[in-house]
Design a protein around this ligand. Structure first.
Ligand code: AMP
Ligand code: ZN
Length: 486
């Protein structure tokens, strides 16, 4: 079990790399916070699932049996992400004059389509929050019985002062700061306290509502993930993932209420992992910012979905990435070049685990395999895996069938399905081996700019992208020089 380099993951709880020690030997249970299905999933929304898919592939690569849940939030997430305000799904339903169920079904289908297009393996469970409301009420009754809640006209609230480790994940033990500046419900004991159950406001009747011991209403958004994860994966499971915004409030609150429910003195989930944001023009791509780019926009602009996945993989999941035409264009060219090189190897074997890959490899090829395995095992360093693969494909020391094994292994780990890129115009296949000097110059300039403006994550990403093209960059006092790596 766990052959090759030991898996090390960056745990947001404690902000350090930690070895993975599964709670049950041989298997890993993983919960990834899902989408709120009230509008088109945008490109930023896809990043968490490409990231958790990379994690899942690494775990399977090592031979673990993985069980993954990605939920669908079809009720309970209020506009503004707080406890007040209309439900996001109902808000869209009113605007579009359809039912909330139609809204949820429509956007859930788009979400699944997008995940499939970027080759994310389907989750083992995709629970809808609306199907778990009875369990949520039972869960809320237990934390109420354990003395963690108080009742207000606005609903049942969680008393964060009763939760000793509250805010640890956010590195904000002073819980009062967490929701600073946000309008609070009348009577809240601390701004950080949050709704477990949101009662119907007196002047408004929600379309989606359930009876409860605290009056008709809807569950709080945070409650959903605690209940769905515990129901499907058991009281404790190995890894919980989401976007970095969830590290501040959503996951903090999930932890507080789950530990209040379980009361077993154990940490609820040992490893918390968060992806950084995808930006556009330096700002987070977000639904509240108005028009946001979708995968459909990209494909109608001529970028296959796989070029977007390739683009994401050229950055580390914990680095911010700026989505630019130049970045996409260069990802597309690199992905096509890779597709042509790999096509020249003939049909690839079906390789999904380290054990499958290593049998039959000679010493040099095994060294490359171990380097790919180490890069992925060290907190999912996908840019390095891409670079290793590119270097291997140029190597004269490897036999063709060994290269086929290495390519199959790396592509499976990266989730790159190059078949969608192979049948591209002949102009690309005409010069697959060459690297256009202008393209390299443009990337080097972009990297220098990123360094000047202290965007270190972006600068690192561009360096990795250049490395993936076989280009070495040397920074000197006079600026950056580049050369083709030997
Ligand atoms: P939501 O539907 O708002 O709950 O978001 C679904 C997932 O997308 C969450 O894990 C968010 O953290 C994540 N997310 C939203 N915007 C971005 C972005 N611009 N970049 C990366 N992740 C994002
Ligand atoms: Zn969640």
């Amino acid at each position: 079990m766990n052959p090759g380099t030991e898996i090390q993951l960056y745990n947001s709880m404690g902000r350090a790399l930690v070895p993975l020690t599964p709670l049950r030997e041989g298997s890993v249970r993983l919960y990834s916070c899902g989408l709120t299905v009230y509008s088109d999933p945008h490109l930023g929304n896809l990043r968490p699932y490409v990231f958790s898919d990379s994690l899942r592939r690494l775990l399977e690569w090592k031979g673990y049996a993985v069980e993954q849940v990605v939920n669908i939030t079809d009720v309970g997430h209020a506009v503004g992400d707080g406890d007040e305000g209309e439900d996001k799904v109902e808000w869209t339903a009113r605007a579009q004059r359809v039912t909330p169920q139609e809204v949820a079904e429509h956007y859930t289908a788009l979400f699944f389509q997008d995940l499939e297009a970027v080759n994310v393996l389907p989750a083992h469970h995709s629970p809808r929050a609306s199907a778990y409301v009875e369990q949520m009420i039972e869960f809320a009754k237990v934390i109420e019985k354990h003395g963690y809640t108080y009742l207000l006209p606005a609903g049942l609230y969680f008393d964060t002062a009763k939760s000793p480790g509250y805010g640890k994940l956010a590195l904000m033990p002073n819980a009062g700061q967490l929701e600073g500046g946000r309008v609070s419900s009348e009577g809240k004991r601390s701004p950080a306290d949050f709704a477990i159950w949101r009662s119907d406001p007196p002047d408004q009747r929600r379309i989606m509502r359930w009876d409860s011991p605290w009056g008709p209403g809807v569950p709080g958004w945070h409650l959903e993930c605690s209940v769905m994860s515990i129901s499907l994966l058991g009281p404790h499971f190995d890894i919980h993932t989401g976007g970095v915004d969830h590290r501040q409030i959503h996951h903090v609150n999930e932890i507080a209420q789950s530990e209040a429910y379980l009361q077993d003195g154990q940490d609820w989930v040992p490893i918390w992992m968060h992806n950084e944001f995808l930006l556009q023009g330096g700002a987070k791509i977000s639904k509240s910012a108005g028009k946001m780019p979708t995968l459909r926009d990209l494909t109608s602009d001529g970028y296959p979905a796989m070029a977007f996945r390739y683009f994401l993989l050229t950055g580390h999941y914990r680095s911010q990435m700026d989505l630019t035409d130049q970045g996409l264009q260069s990802a597309l060219s690199s992905a096509r070049r890779l597709a042509h090189r790999v096509a020249a190897l003939g049909p690839l074997p079906d390789i999904r685990t380290y054990e499958q890959a290593r049998s039959g490899l000679g010493e040099n090829a095994l060294a490359v395999l171990n380097s790919i395995d180490a890069a992925m095992s060290e907190d999912l360093n996908t840019p390095r895996v891409l670079a290793d693969l590119q270097v291997a494909l140029r190597s004269a020391d490897l036999a063709r069938d060994e290269l086929a094994v290495l390519a199959a292994a790396a592509l499976w780990l990266l989730g790159l399905d190059l078949s969608t890129l192979a049948e591209e115009p002949a102009s690309e296949s005409g010069a697959p081996e060459g690297i256009a000097a202008e393209q390299v110059e443009a990337l080097v300039r972009a990297r220098e700019q990123a360094r000047t403006s202290k965007q270190w994550g972006e600068a690192d990403r561009l360096r990795e992208e250049l490395a993936a093209l076989g280009v070495q960059v040397i920074d000197t006092a006079e600026g950056s020089r580049w050369s083709i790596a030997p």
